[in-house]
Design a protein around this ligand. Structure first.
Ligand code: HEC
Ligand code: HEC
Ligand code: HEC
Ligand code: HEC
Ligand code: HEC
Ligand code: HEC
Ligand code: HEC
Ligand code: HEC
Ligand code: HEC
Ligand code: HEC
Length: 285
C-alpha cells in the first residue's frame, strides 16, 4: 500500500510538471518519456528528486531495457555525456559555447559539476561554508587556486563576498570568460575605468599585467612589490629623478630636488594615478 501511494504521488507530480518536459529546444525527441514511475520501485530516491528532468531516458538512454531486464544490474542504464545535456541545453546562451570551453576540452563533463540527483558538494567545512557551494565545488579540482586566496592581499572569496563565478563562467570558452577581463574588472572597479586623457598603456591593456586577482603576498594584489613591479618596464629612474645631475633629462624642478633612494621604492607615492590621469602626463594625480 505504501508503495502504491508512492507511485500515485510520483505520477501526479510528473503530470503537473509535464509541460516543463518540453525541452528548451525540443528535447531529445525519443518518443514517449520514460517517467520515474517505471523506475520507482527500485530507485525511490532518484525518481523523486527530479523537477525539470522527469524523463529518465533523456539521460539514461538505456533505462527502459535496464528496467525490464531480469537482472537490471547486468544492463547498464547509461550515464549522460555532456552532448546529451546539450541536446536540450545548447540553445541557452550560457551553454552554447561549452563544446569549445576549456572544461570540455579537459574532459570535465556537465555531470562532474551538476549532481543531477544529489548535490556534488555535500558537506562543507567551516571555511567553505562562508564561501558558499560554488566556490567549494571549484575547489574540489582547483585546490591550488583556492590556496592563493589565503595570501596577504586577495579578493574576498573565502570571506563569502564573491565566488569564483563572479569572474569565471564555468561554461564558457577561455576567450569568452577571460578575453574581456579588463572589462570584467572595471565592472566592479568603476573608478579605475578609462578612457583617460593620459593613459598608462598597461592599465588600458590588461589589469593582470600588474595584479593577480587570486591573491599575492604584496599589497593591492600586485604581482611584484614596488618598485620591482614598475622597473620591469621602466629603467632605473634615478637619472630621471635627479639623482645623478648632469646626464638627467628630467625637468629643472625635479633635478633640483635630489630624490632619496628610499622614496623611490614607493613609486606611487608620487605617481598616484597608475590607471591613467585626466590632468597629468606623468601620472601623478
Ligand atoms: C538530466 C539528466 C538525468 C536525468 C533526466 C535522470 N538522471 Fe539519473 N543520473 C544522472 C547522472 C548524471 C547520474 C550520475 C550520478 C551523478 O553524477 O550525480 C545519475 C545517476 C542515477 C542513478 C544511480 C545513482 C548513483 O548514486 O549512482 C540512478 C538510480 C538514477 N540516476 C535514476 C534516475 C531515474 C529513476 C530518473 C528518472 C526519474 C533519472 N535518473 C533521471 C542524470 C540524470
Ligand atoms: C527491478 C528493479 C529496477 C528497476 C525497475 C530499475 N532499476 Fe536501475 N538499477 C537496479 C539495480 C539492482 C541497480 C544496481 C544497484 C544500484 O545501483 O542500486 C540499478 C542501477 C541503476 C543505475 C546505476 C548504474 C548504471 O547503469 O549507470 C542507473 C542510472 C539506473 N539504475 C537507472 C534506472 C532507470 C532510469 C530506471 C527506470 C527506467 C531503472 N533504473 C529501473 C534495479 C532497477
Ligand atoms: C530532455 C531535456 C533535458 C535534458 C536532456 C537535460 N535537461 Fe537540464 N533542464 C531542462 C529543462 C526544461 C530545464 C528547466 C528550464 C531551464 O532552466 O532551462 C532544465 C534545467 C536545468 C538546470 C537548472 C536547474 C535550476 O535549478 O536552475 C540545470 C543545472 C540542468 N538543467 C542541468 C542539466 C544537465 C547537467 C544535464 C545532463 C546531465 C541536463 N540538464 C539534461 C531540460 C533538460
Ligand atoms: C566546471 C563546473 C561546471 C560545468 C562543467 C558545467 N556547469 Fe553548469 N553551472 C555551474 C555553476 C557553478 C553554476 C551556477 C553558478 C553560475 O554560473 O552562476 C551553473 C549553472 C548552470 C545552469 C543554471 C542556469 C545558469 O546559467 O545560472 C544550467 C542550466 C547549467 N549550469 C547547465 C549546464 C550544462 C548543460 C552543462 C554541460 C553542457 C554544464 N552546466 C556544465 C558549473 C558547471
Ligand atoms: C571536476 C573537476 C573540475 C571542477 C569541479 C572545476 N574545474 Fe575548472 N578545470 C578543470 C580542469 C581539468 C581544467 C583544465 C586544466 C587546467 O587548466 O587546470 C580546468 C580549467 C579551468 C580554468 C582555466 C581555463 C583556461 O582558460 O585555462 C578556469 C578559469 C576554471 N577551470 C575555473 C573553474 C571554476 C570557476 C570552477 C567552479 C565553478 C571550476 N573550474 C570547477 C577541472 C575542474
Ligand atoms: C576577481 C576575479 C577572479 C576571481 C574571484 C577568481 N578568478 Fe580565476 N582568474 C581570474 C583571471 C583574470 C585569470 C587569468 C589570469 C591570467 O591569465 O594571468 C584567472 C585564471 C584562473 C585559472 C587559470 C590559470 C591559473 O591561474 O591557474 C583558473 C584555473 C582559475 N582562475 C580558477 C579560479 C577559481 C577556482 C576561483 C575561485 C576559488 C577563481 N579562479 C576566482 C580572475 C578571477
Ligand atoms: C564581482 C566584483 C569584482 C570583480 C569582477 C573584480 N573585483 Fe577586485 N575587488 C572586489 C572587492 C569586493 C574587493 C575588496 C574591496 C575591499 O576590500 O575594500 C576588491 C579588491 C581589489 C583590489 C585590492 C584593493 C585593495 O584595497 O587592496 C585590487 C587590486 C583588485 N580588486 C583588482 C581587480 C582586478 C585586477 C580584477 C579583474 C581581474 C578585479 N579586481 C575584479 C570586487 C571585484
Ligand atoms: C601598471 C601596473 C598596473 C596595472 C596595469 C593596473 N594596476 Fe591597479 N594598481 C596598481 C598599483 C601600483 C596600485 C597601488 C596604488 C597605491 O599604492 O596606492 C593599484 C591599485 C589598484 C586598486 C586599489 C584601489 C586604488 O584605486 O588604488 C584597484 C581596485 C586596482 N588597482 C584595480 C585595477 C584594475 C581594475 C586594473 C585594470 C583596469 C588595474 N588595476 C591595472 C598598478 C596597476
Ligand atoms: C618623489 C616623487 C617621485 C617618486 C618617488 C618617483 N617619481 Fe617618477 N617622476 C616624478 C616626477 C616629478 C616626474 C616628472 C619629471 C619631469 O618633469 O620630467 C617623474 C617622471 C617619471 C617618468 C617619466 C620620465 C621620463 O623621462 O620618461 C617615469 C617613467 C617615472 N617617473 C617612473 C617612476 C618609477 C618607476 C618610480 C619608482 C621607482 C618613480 N617614478 C618614483 C616624481 C617621482
Ligand atoms: C608592462 C609594462 C609597464 C609596467 C609594469 C609599468 N609601466 Fe609605466 N608605462 C609603460 C608604458 C608603455 C608607458 C608609456 C610610454 C612611456 O612613457 O614610457 C608608461 C608610462 C608611465 C608614466 C608616464 C611617463 C611620462 O611620460 O611621464 C609613468 C609615470 C609610469 N609609467 C610609471 C609607472 C609606475 C610607477 C609603475 C609601477 C606601478 C609602472 N609605470 C609600471 C609601461 C609600464
Amino acid at each position: 500500500m505504501k508503495r502504491l501511494m508512492g507511485v500515485l504521488a510520483i505520477s501526479l507530480g510528473l503530470s503537473v510538471l509535464a509541460p516543463a518536459h518540453a525541452a528548451p529546444n525540443g528535447g531529445a525527441g525519443k518518443g514517449a518519456p520514460v517517467t520515474g514511475s517505471q523506475c520507482l520501485e527500485c530507485h525511490e530516491t532518484e525518481a523523486r528528486t527530479h523537477v525539470y528532468h522527469g524523463d529518465c531516458a533523456s539521460c539514461h538512454s538505456d533505462g527502459l531495457n535496464h528496467a525490464k531486464a531480469k537482472e537490471p544490474v547486468a544492463v547498464p542504464a547509461g550515464r549522460p555525456e555532456s552532448a546529451q545535456c546539450l541536446s536540450c541545453h545548447e540553445s541557452d546562451k550560457r551553454r552554447m559555447h561549452f563544446l569549445i570551453a576549456e572544461h570540455n576540452k579537459a574532459g570535465v563533463k556537465c555531470s562532474d559539476c551538476h549532481g543531477l540527483h544529489t548535490p556534488k558538494v555535500k558537506s562543507l567545512n567551516t571555511a567553505m561554508e562562508k564561501a558558499g557551494k560554488t566556490t567549494a565545488l571549484c575547489a574540489t579540482c582547483h585546490q591550488d587556486v583556492l590556496a592563493r586566496f589565503s595570501m596577504n592581499s586577495h579578493h574576498p572569496v573565502k570571506e563569502g563576498a564573491m565566488t569564483c563565478a563572479s569572474c569565471h563562467d564555468p561554461h564558457a570558452s577561455k576567450q569568452a570568460s577571460l578575453g574581456s577581463r579588463t572589462e570584467q574588472c572595471t565592472k566592479c572597479h568603476q573608478a579605475v575605468r578609462g578612457p583617460h586623457v593620459f593613459e598608462h598603456p598597461p592599465a588600458a591593456e590588461d589589469c593582470t599585467i600588474c595584479h593577480d586577482p587570486h591573491g599575492t603576498p604584496n599589497k593591492r594584489m600586485l604581482q611584484a612589490a614596488q618598485p620591482v613591479q614598475c622597473l620591469q618596464c621602466h629603467s632605473l629612474p634615478n637619472r630621471r629623478h635627479g639623482q645623478t645631475g648632469s646626464t638627467s633629462t628630467a625637468s629643472a624642478s625635479i633635478r633640483a630636488e635630489v630624490v632619496a633612494g628610499a622614496v623611490l621604492r614607493d613609486c606611487t607615492s608620487c605617481h598616484a594615478a597608475m590607471h591613467g590621469s585626466s590632468t597629468d602626463q606623468h601620472l601623478r594625480h
